[in-house]
Ligand binder design. Structure first.
Ligand code: ISJ
Length: 420
């Protein structure tokens, strides 16, 4: 199923796009209005947008190809005046894609206004069918979440540990090395969520992650599926996790044990290999470090590897994301067997969790993170579903995996908890 905005026929009614410099606007997220707000921020830089100048919704195995074709057509016809000329200025769309082929909800949205900041340069982009002037920027204070309570999703934590045990048995039987199993936690609020509140909290608490929001799907992901910037492709692969204890000296010792753990190194190796193999056909040269580093986040530490390459073809960031998804970090190894096992035993509708989320520009440059440490706002906004998953390998212990999934739920959980 594909639906594009009937108001925008790229050839007959091209989008008019104008990017101009602005004074530093302060915290990008504070500029967002309450409705139709989009975000992609990292360490204070990034993009926020609002309104809908054009959009494309899609589903199915061709969802990435369909979206890429729509985007190419729209950008080819757009009339762009860009006085900034950095990745993220000019015409951009925010997007989010489902994990599985059959789920509804994959989308690209071109906002009416985008505010960006990168390395000290700030700009506004105005997009529409006519020329409009740049809006006045007003910082607002979002409403804090009210009365949040958390409960297990349809699969409770005891049952989930049973599923982990079943995954270990399947791995022992042969046919696959690793499968990522996820679970959800349901937050109920007394009033519909103002998503700007958890976004601000996530961006403040996790500045090294990418804090995102697209159509009710939000979070703060540490994992960059693919960034394409002027011919250079980068992917940050994470796999192998340790929960932090809050005691820095102890955490440092744990980081050392993570870097030496053969279970985690093996799991990490699967994930790096799957990304390197998917990028190789598109690259002239690649750098795949042999040893991972330890990424320290407030809630967990991960083994991490930054894979880089020089692109040889005209692949866009979105088409690269399509070739990388689902990586071993969120599917497993081998991919096809792992995805089949997830569909068979996970009992979870992942929706857009663990799918690519990010933005794309007219040149094809863009950033697509993996939609982790994330949640989906449901109903009228007073129900929010939080997701977390763990890579299961032959020697995984169900109780440890449950504890790891709880640690991965902390960022969004804290962000939804009313401040005392
Ligand atoms: C699946 C998630 O995280 C992924 C799984 C990891 C692991 O199993 O060690 C680590 C980072 C992510 O690649 C999640 O956060 O939900």
């Amino acid at each position: 199923m594909t639906v594009s905005n009937p108001a925008v026929d790229a050839a007959t009614a091209p989008l008019l796009v104008r990017s101009s410099p602005i004074d530093d606007p302060g915290a990008l997220l504070s500029l967002l209005p309450s409705a139709d707000a989009f975000a992609w921020v990292h360490g204070g830089d990034g993009l926020v947008g609002w309104g809908r100048a054009a959009e494309f919704s899609t589903a199915g195995s061709e969802r990435f190809t369909d979206a890429a074709a729509w985007w190419q057509d729209l950008s080819a016809h757009a009339v762009v005046r860009d006085d900034i000329d950095v990745p993220g200025s000019g015409l951009v769309a925010f997007g989010s894609f489902t994990f599985t082929d059959d789920a509804e909800g994959s989308t690209l949205v071109v906002p009416e206004v985008v505010i960006g900041r990168r390395d000290g340069v700030a700009w506004v982009t105005v997009i529409g069918l006519g020329i409009s002037s740049a809006p006045e920027l007003v910082a607002s204070t979002p409403s804090e979440p009210v009365g949040t309570t958390f409960a297990d999703g349809p699969v409770d934590s005891v049952t989930w540990q049973g599923l982990v045990g079943e995954a270990v048995r399947r791995i022992e039987q042969g046919g696959l090395d690793k499968v990522v199993l996820a679970r959800d936690l349901v937050a109920s609020l007394d009033e519909p969520l103002d998503v700007r509140a958890p976004l601000a909290r996530l961006a403040a608490d996790y500045p090294s992650c990418w804090t995102f929001h697209v159509d009710g799907f939000f979070g703060s992901t540490p994992e960059m599926l693919v960034r394409l910037e002027r011919g250079l492709v980068t992917s940050r692969v994470l796999a192998g996790t340790i929960r932090r204890t809050g005691d820095d000296a102890h955490d440092l010792a744990l980081a050392g044990s993570l870097a030496r753990s053969s279970k985690d190194l093996e799991e990490h190796e699967y994930a790096v290999r799957s990304v390197a193999e998917a990028l190789a056909p598109h690259c002239t040269s690649m750098n795949v470090p042999e040893t991972p580093f330890v990424l320290h986040l407030p809630n967990v530490m991960h083994l991490a590897t930054d894979v880089t390459g020089v692109i040889r073809d005209d692949a866009s960031a979105l088409s690269l994301a399509a070739s990388l998804h689902p990586s071993a970090a969120v599917g497993g190894t081998p991919t096809a067997e792992a995805v089949r096992l997830i569909a068979e035993i996970e009992l979870l509708d992942r929706g857009r969790y663990a799918g690519p989320v990010g933005w794309i520009g007219a040149s094809g440059d863009g950033e697509w993170g993996i939609g982790l440490r994330s949640a989906q706002i449901e109903d009228d906004g007073s129900v929010v579903r939080l997701f977390a998953g763990c890579g299961i390998v032959a020697d995984s212990v169900p109780a440890d995996e449950l504890a790891e999934s709880n640690a991965k739920l902390i960022p969004v959980r804290d962000a939804l908890t009313p401040r005392g």
